[in-house]
Ligand binder design. Structure first.
Ligand SMILES: [Zn+2]
Length: 253
């Protein structure tokens, strides 16, 4: 069996755990941002609904005030009907009264429309308030969750890194150097062979290399993906944890 294989497998396991946590940690700021943005969007929606309602209410008040003015004007004109002395003035008065009546009718239509708009605006506002309330509760819960998750991940990471610092030096220096070199470019750095094929990149291995892997006297790396190649029997007899079956497909560096 390859000497130091157990340590190598342990290193790989620790690295894989470390990488997983680092990835989750690295994704946290974007998730936080997304969460805060959803709250900002809900708050903006609420503000827009408030402004809309204010604007239609203002429109209704202005229509009502114009209605009063036109009604007062009509009343005044009606009062003048019996004071006009000639036909020309009377015709002009009738025309003014007609205008006032049209304006009153237009105001009444506008008031009805504004009332409908107010009804809709109130509903929209109520919905926006509920949405903002729910989003706020959600975001506040997520803030706590993110903080807890970050704390947990950081604690796990420092424990794993401490463990890794102990395992590394137990390996032969050359082996460790090979592993570190591969791991810097490829995760996972170890790959199983299946027949004469590297399972990391699914490219064939030269027969001579395959024989050396089975002999287990030295580290053999894949000529294509540069991963350290291991035979499944060796890994099993080393009592190692199974390697990540799904190695990421990457183009050769
Ligand atoms: Zn390979």
């Amino acid at each position: 069996m390859l000497e130091g294989l157990q340590h190598l497998l342990e290193l790989q396991r620790l690295d894989s755990e470390i990488v997983k946590r680092r990835e989750v940690l690295a994704a946290l700021p974007a998730k936080r941002k997304q969460s805060e943005e959803s709250l900002a969007a809900a708050a903006a929606g609420l503000e827009a609904a408030r402004e809309n309602l204010q604007s239609v209410e203002l429109g209704q008040r202005s229509a009502e005030s114009e209605l009063q003015d036109q009604e007062a004007l009509l009343h005044k004109l009606e009062g003048q009907q019996f004071q006009v002395k000639d036909n020309t003035a009377y015709t002009a008065l009738l025309s003014e009264m007609e205008h006032a009546k049209e304006a009153i009718s237009a105001c009444e239509t506008r008031i009805l429309e504004e009332m409908e708009a107010i009804e809709t605006g109130r509903q929209t506002l109520a919905e926006a308030e509920a949405a903002e309330h729910d989003t706020r509760a959600n975001v506040e819960r997520e803030r706590v969750e993110f903080a807890e998750r970050q704390q947990k991940l950081e604690a796990e990471l420092s424990a794993l890194e401490a463990e890794r610092a102990l395992v590394g030096p137990q390996l032969d220096a050359k082996m460790l150097a090979v592993y570190e070199r591969v791991a810097a470019r490829r995760r996972p750095a170890l790959a199983l062979v299946s027949g004469e094929v590297c399972k990391g990149c699914r490219v064939g291995i030269p027969a001579q290399n395959y024989l050396e892997i089975i002999k287990g006297e030295r580290l053999i790396t894949c000529e294509n993906c540069k991963r350290i190649l291991l035979h499944p029997d060796m890994v099993q007899s080393a009592g190692g944890t199974p390697l990540d079956s799904e190695t990421r497909s990457e183009t050769p560096v």
